[in-house]
Write a protein that binds this ligand. Structure first.
Ligand SMILES: *[C@@H]1O[C@H](CO)[C@@H](O)[C@H](O)[C@H]1NC(C)=O
Ligand SMILES: *[C@@H]1O[C@H](CO)[C@@H](O)[C@H](O)[C@H]1NC(C)=O
Ligand SMILES: *[C@@H]1O[C@H](CO)[C@@H](O)[C@H](O)[C@H]1NC(C)=O
Ligand SMILES: *[C@@H]1O[C@H](CO)[C@@H](O)[C@H](O)[C@H]1NC(C)=O
Length: 532
């Protein structure tokens, strides 16, 4: 059943009195049901993907599953040949308790030479995958999984390597404003000389770098990331904040000033918003200001960005913006927003945020069930009847997709699927918030569709066209490292037994997931709680 979010009642509720919400009121938790068969099937797919990677690509970054070769980088996206898939798979192998794979990765971690790489280094990509993956593994292995490990020196090495990596990366923050340069070179570490940086690449460091400070008792890492972030919490000039809490995309490194007012919940800015509420969940005592900015962004989104397609007014999407003008298109990437609204609703005891998040989850679900493969597209668009219907910023569907738009409420503007997690990720939060088995079924259907369309050769591959079945329009011959970190983890956790690292609906979260789905222990998180 589709739930239609009514702006009237929900928004009124939202705009009143959030500041006084008691953050630790107890709710009776939802009832979760384990589906062991499905959880085991996901673990099997993890093993197939890992075996292909280990045989043909390890310790390089990624498997090319069709040609059984490896890649260390690919068009502007550098992973630096440090074994990105191995580090990204680490926390998934841990929560799946796949000890043979854990041991393979654990053995490898101390061997990574984080002082050297032949290509450019992205501060953001390196932080969310490598630093996040290492810190997460360390948190799991010193916390709920600490009874597995034979030698504490193996675990200590994980943190030593995380610190070594961050020590090489920190030159990025050595700028006049403290806004980091995202592009670096190593050997020795030096800045690439960018003049601007993006909102997501500045604003998606603070969780990993703060955790590293808390673990090493060296405040420097947290200070560096929080200084960069401060320009996003207090955006200047006004151009950079077209709606309260909703920002532009690009910031000048010289002085921290915004250079545009174009944004959205999609790629380039997405995880800045994501981390605002996650920082509050990480430590409510230190990150109250982050919570306030998340509330501002979400209230403005509900007030200004809500959009219903002309042909499917039952669906809810969030528009993008260019200044105060809206653009009615979105992305697979932006589908994390449903889950993030739900997490915020749970964290702040604000059911209106949760219901709005569930409506966004419904919309993204339709982008999956409407296509021939059952997988949603990379980018899509729609027309909004409440705004002038004209060709510039609210155009009709192209003729070839008019019938598709009539039935589905969106048309496809980018048809590829690159093993992205956001839709299944949001199903996961929806399930953990409600206990409604419908979300487990949706995740299972999506997982089966991906298994059927993307499985090829020695693993799983990105595909060209989600609306061509069978075959998905052909393979791009690339198995992204976040296939291990995210798709397989969320597909597994939504079916699996409860555990200390699962998201909780009752304010007992011990972990918060970074944007690469690496669970990071919340500050002051309880010590060993694995009850066996
Ligand atoms: C720990 O010990 C078990 C059994 O003694 C062994 O199978 C496993 O490989 C060891 N793990 C590590 C990380 O050394
Ligand atoms: C299209 O709509 C926008 C408002 O959304 C308006 O500013 C613009 O002038 C319109 N363009 C045309 C060609 O009607
Ligand atoms: C789409 O629906 C409209 C209104 O129901 C109808 O007039 C139009 O012919 C439909 N277009 C296609 C391509 O199905
Ligand atoms: C995944 O695909 C493989 C190969 O086609 C198949 O054997 C397996 O049953 C599939 N798993 C699920 C859960 O559909």
């Amino acid at each position: 059943m589709r739930s239609v979010f009514s702006l009237g009642g929900g928004a009124a509720l939202l705009l009143g009195g959030l500041a006084g919400a008691a953050p630790h009121k107890q709710h009776p938790g939802p009832h979760y049901v384990v589906s062991q068969q499905r959880a085991d099937a996901v673990k099997e797919v993890f093993q197939v993907s890992w075996d292909g990677y280990y045989k043909y690509a390890f310790p390089h970054d990624s498997l090319l599953p069709v040609s059984n070769r490896y890649a260390d980088d690919r068009v502007l996206v550098f992973r630096n040949g440090w074994g990105a898939s191995a580090v990204d798979a680490f926390s998934t192998a841990l929560v799946m308790e796949k000890w043979d794979v854990v041991d393979q990765i654990l053995e490898y971690i101390p061997e990574i030479d984080f002082d050297k790489t032949t290509t450019e280094v992205s501060l953001f990509e390196t932080t969310i995958r490598y630093l996040g993956g290492l810190v997460s593994a360390y948190d799991l292995l010193t916390g709920p999984l600490n009874d597995h490990i034979n030698h504490t020196s193996d675990v200590k090495a994980i943190l030593t390597q995380a610190k070594r990596l961050a020590d090489n990366l920190k030159v990025a923050f050595d700028t006049p404003s403290g806004v980091p340069d995202n592009n670096l070179f190593f050997g020795p570490p030096r800045k690439g000389g960018s003049t601007t940086n993006g909102v997501a690449t500045i604003g998606t460091l603070v969780l990993e770098w703060t955790r590293l400070s808390d673990l090493t008792k060296d405040e420097e890492y947290a200070k560096l990331a929080q200084k960069g972030e401060s320009y996003l919490l207090h955006p200047q000039p006004a151009l950079g904040e077209p709606f309260k809490g909703l920002l532009g995309s690009s910031v000048r490194i010289a002085d921290g000033q915004f250079v545009d007012g174009n944004g959205g919940w999609g790629g380039g800015t997405d995880s800045f918003y994501e981390y605002l509420i996650k920082m509050y969940l990480y430590d409510p005592t230190r990150f109250g200001e982050y919570r306030d900015r998340w509330i501002a962004a979400v209230d403005s989104s509900i007030k200004h960005l809500v959009s219903h397609p002309t042909t499917r007014p039952d669906l809810t999407f969030l528009a993008m913006w260019r200044g105060k003008q809206l653009r009615f298109n979105s992305q697979h990437l932006a589908c994390f927003s449903g889950g993030n609204f739900i997490l915020g609703g749970l964290t702040l005891n604000e059911p209106a945020y949760t219901s709005f998040g569930l409506a966004l989850v419904d919309g993204c679900h339709d982008t999956y069930i409407s296509t021939a493969t059952g997988i949603g597209p990379e980018t899509f668009a729609w027309q909004d009847a409440r705004h002038p219907l004209n060709a510039t910023n609210n155009p009709p569907a192209p003729a070839a997709q008019a019938a598709f738009y009539n039935a589905s409420g969106f048309w496809i503007t980018g048809a590829d699927y690159v093993l992205r997690p956001e839709v299944i990720e949001s199903y996961y939060y929806a399930y953990r918030a409600t206990g409604d088995a419908k979300y487990q079924d949706w995740a299972w259907a999506a997982f089966r569709a991906v298994n059927e369309t993307c499985r090829v050769g020695s693993g799983y591959s990105s595909i060209r066209d989600v609306n061509q079945a069978p075959g998905g329009g052909g393979f791009l011959d690339f198995q992204e490292s976040f296939w291990f970190a995210e798709v397989l983890k969320y597909s597994y956790l939504i079916q699996a037994e409860d555990a200390p690292w699962q998201v909780k609906a009752d304010h007992t979260n011990q972990f918060v997931y970074n944007t690469e789905a690496h669970p990071i222990r919340v500050a002051g998180g309880r010590e060993k709680t694995r009850g066996k």
